[in-house]
Design a protein around this ligand. Sequence first.
Ligand SMILES: [Zn+2]
Length: 681
Amino acid sequence: MIRNFFACFSCLLLTAVFSFAQSSSDVPREMPVFDINAIDKTVDPCVDFFQYACGTWRKNNPVPPDKARWGRFDQLADRNLYILRDILGEAQAPGNHSVIETMVGNYYGSCMDEATIEKKGAAPLMPELEKINGVKTNAELVRQIAYMHRNGTPALFAFYSQADMHDSAATIAVLDQGGITLPDRDYYIKDDAKSVETRQKYVEHVQKMFELTGDKPEVAAAEAKTVLAVETGMAQASMDRTARRDPKNRDHKMTVAEIVGAAPNFDLTVYFADNGSPKFTSLNVGNPDFFKHVNEQLGKVSLADWKTYLRWRTINDYAPGLPHAFVEEDFLFNGKYMSGQQEMEPRWKRCVKSTDASLGMALGKLYVDRTFGAEGKERTLKMVQGIENVMREDIGQLTWMSDTTKKKAYEKLNAIVNNIGYPDAWRDYSSITIKADHYAGNARRAAAFEVHRVYDKIDKPTDRKDWGMTPPTVNAYYRSSMNDINFPAGILQPPFYGKLMDDAVNYGGIGVVIGHELTHGFDDQGRKFDAEGNFKDWWTADDGKEFEQRVSCTADEYSNFVTVKDDKGEVKLNGRLTLGENTADNGGLKLAYMALTNMIANTPIKQIDGYTPQQRFFLSFGQIWCQNVTDQEARKRALTDPHSPGQWRVNGAVQNSAAFQEAFGCHAGQPMVSANSCRVW
Ligand SMILES: [Zn+2]
């Protein structure tokens, strides 16, 4: 899975300064936690707070040509790549190295060795294409798909493991929709001018990629059309993203015999026996209708067309590990056309990301050893506990929730597990063979290792210690099935947290992130899971109704926010797709503010840089989201990203916040004072 670079906003650290003083490293300087120079004082904070907090930063930081989005978050991620490059460079240098260092050093080196990659040409890919050419029957087609899945190449549908939605202590197999290449089903289905253009560009791209493997232009053109037709069938059978957010739409536990019987044209018995998973008797089927469709399609689409589709999925999956011609064509469509990126990132950045994606829990250990002290873990834990306490207070004060539901909410809150920095046990990658001169092979073996690791969990007790993000990742997450919140080391740094900063600034940064993740446990989807992580309704009917009314207000509010307006038209946010994140943004801001208020209750108000602590709190929050984005990327995210863009993460939340309005003296009628303020938590 060379393609699946970790979707991380990545990272940076405080203590790196001394580590790199001795080397000739060019790690960019740490950014300020609070940036007085980012502010645009020509704007009224009550008219457009995002522009006030970030206007000067935005003017001085256009999107670099090798990026599609550039914000303080991305800046942090980018700085982290430099730090990881130093670690990888040292791991490659002559001398004694640990097993882990040798492994990540060789992997990174194989990616950087472009001369060897060019010399091999398409050789790593060709045997895979020939294997597909050799498929002669539908039964062999099923086996071929099992083979591809086992080796990490996605095709037709998805198979993985996850905690049982009704018994989170056990992990079970999951069969789910999948198989399309474009980022969302809507690209295949919508009829607006932009969607039509995207499909046309996609077909041209697929054609060029087939040509690079040696197919004649007219053959490749026909193959590309076939790919679009086959994938359009799958897109039509796929549930849309917004519907998939609701756990009940993904909850279809059945026996193997039942799903096998529901899709007789596609022999799932053969698939399960061949895909490398352990034997099992029941599973969850994410979207049963999709499999009914696959079953029908199997009879309608010719074997030759299926083989064309599988060849495409293989070429597409291998492309980033092949010679420049493949990498460039892949970039021209996915980077340039789809995201508005003008240039490819330098090779070394792509190779650091690839190492993180393939061996991230080994590279992450080296990163943590270098950058993250035990005191970082302790400080964060203290803040997390402080914010959990105010959430308890907040729930207690709700006038619309009954005591019965409140009792259950406290139980859930008390049961939340806090994971900070990095996992307790490091993943053991020693079974993967990493060769210094074979990038595509290394990436393939790492992908196969990951597939095996995920399959191996089937029918075993759920491993609650397993992390879903690598330690250098600048991000955080809540998992409803585990009822845990997780903060990788990468985010516990400026601009989210500064050792020497005033509380107001730290609570506006990492404090809001902590409050955000906690609120996810109680957003429109999180609330449907109980303290143990089971999909179970613990609300009284009346309280549930009250809650749904409140989130509807938020959904309607955000559906009116415009994210792109260009010559291709105007795009508004999907308030239902982004509902969980928007609820968490609003809740997180409120909780962190409450915690700060408790913290500074007995200290006299002191201005710093001309701002009160309350104003610094909101400015710190706003500045986390300073960003510029290409129109193309904004369009793509409006369809696919459950998060609102920076502008609305900031303005959407503050216009619902009475504390913000008080801090900046805003009055009714101004844009940052919502006439119909939405509040869930
Ligand atoms: Zn979130």
